[in-house]
Design a protein around this ligand. Structure first.
Ligand code: PMP
Length: 363
């Protein structure tokens, strides 16, 4: 069955072999006579699967032993609040580096739990975001944490590398990596906490991940609910309450699939190829435009505009007919956006470019 290519920003496309395996196991998971959703999270079979997925994720991320992986809920948004609650005292400063819509939200959500300080803000005069400000220009205060969003899903702005905030007494680097985790290697020596929702490169919505250096545990504010306390989650191997069991199962299948592809280094090569194909075509075209400064262009979310915006509706209608779904840009940005996470094959981007070429030729 040839399915359409889904360019949605999240919930996003999942690898087809993963969906096929999940479908095959729906009624009878591992001979249990029931689906994995109906199995106790306290059963030996579940725990074995849970631990295997954690081990494989650690392997894929090349994660050092001094970090723990927590499977939680509440989306990335919940952890915008829970992270300062866990690692800051109420009077500690949290530096925020604003490079798009998601870091704006992180700063807002952190407000009740720490002293939020805007260390940089890349917003343009017309409200857009097109770059990451130079590290040397950031106004970093002595702080318990400094937050960045490694890939701004809405604006298509990505950090090419992670800043060394520890050398500036700016606390733990906290990275919202919802939309680029597992798409490229991360330098863990720079990171204190990496977090995100699963619904782009990992699995279904409902599972959230917090990857935290263990020395940052055990500092939660007294008001922290127990389900949001990272020490509690770490001590219980993320099984202190009922986790997102189906989310963990599907994430595990995605990790198996990614290991079969050759892991993060191999998928990064394909991601680079896919992004280059689309950007190179857009840049030489007189019909399409991407406005993000070249060094900060996202390899996961590629916004673009038609020179004649009056053609937007026709472009979208024809793209659906061509089997290319969900290309409409975010409502705050307009235009188009192609989200090309790990599970988007090179053939999907080739099909998109061929469609854009034909649309340009006929218009
Ligand atoms: N951060 C980023 C970078 C995102 O792309 C998103 C979701 N699109 C979020 C945070 C919010 O995630 P959630 O809906 O899981 O709270």
């Amino acid at each position: 069955m040839q399915r359409p290519y889904n360019f949605a920003p999240g919930p996003a496309a999942l690898p087809q072999p993963v969906l096929e395996q999940a479908a095959a196991e729906m009624l009878d998971w591992q001979g249990a006579g029931m689906s994995v959703m109906e199995v106790s999270h306290r059963s030996a079979a579940f725990e074995e699967m849970h631990n295997r997925s954690l081990d494989n994720l650690r392997k894929l991320l090349k994660l050092p032993d001094d970090f723990t992986i927590l499977y939680l809920q509440g989306g990335a948004s919940g952890h915008n609040a829970a992270i300062p609650m866990n690692i800051c005292a109420p009077d500690d400063v949290a530096n925020m580096v604003i490079t798009g819509a998601w870091s704006v939200k992180s700063a807002k959500d952190a407000q009740p739990y720490c002293q939020v300080h805007e260390a940089a803000n890349a917003k343009t005069a017309d409200g857009g975001f097109l770059h990451v400000p130079e590290f040397a220009s950031w106004d970093l205060k002595p702080a318990a944490m400094t937050l960045i969003c490694s890939n701004e899903t809405v604006h298509g702005v990505q950090f090419p590398e992670f800043p060394d905030v520890a050398s500036h007494d700016a606390g733990a680097l906290v990275v919202d990596c919802s939309s680029d985790i597992l798409s490229r290697p991360f330098d863990w020596s720079k990171i204190g906490v990496a977090f995100g929702g699963a619904q782009k490169n990992i699995g279904p919505a409902g599972l959230a991940l917090v990857i935290i250096r263990k020395d940052l545990l055990g500092k939660a504010q007294a008001i922290t609910p127990r389900v949001w306390n990272y020490q509690t989650a770490h001590d219980a191997n993320s099984l202190h309450h009922t986790p997102s069991t189906y989310g963990i199962y599907l994430a595990g299948l995605v990790f198996d699939w990614l290991l079969e592809q050759g892991g993060v280094d191999a998928i990064e090569q394909i991601n680079n190829q896919k992004a280059a194909l689309l950007y190179d075509y857009i840049d030489q075209s007189s019909m399409y435009e991407n406005r993000v400064q070249v060094p900060y262009r996202s390899k996961m979310n590629i916004p673009f505009f038609l020179a004649d915006e009056a053609l937007n509706a026709e472009f979208l209608a024809q793209s659906v007919d061509a089997g290319l779904l969900n290309l409409r840009g975010h409502r705050s940005v307009g235009g188009m956006r192609a989200s090309i996470y790990n599970s988007m094959p090179l053939a999907g981007v080739q099909a998109l470019v061929a469609f854009m070429q034909e649309f340009e030729r006929t218009h």
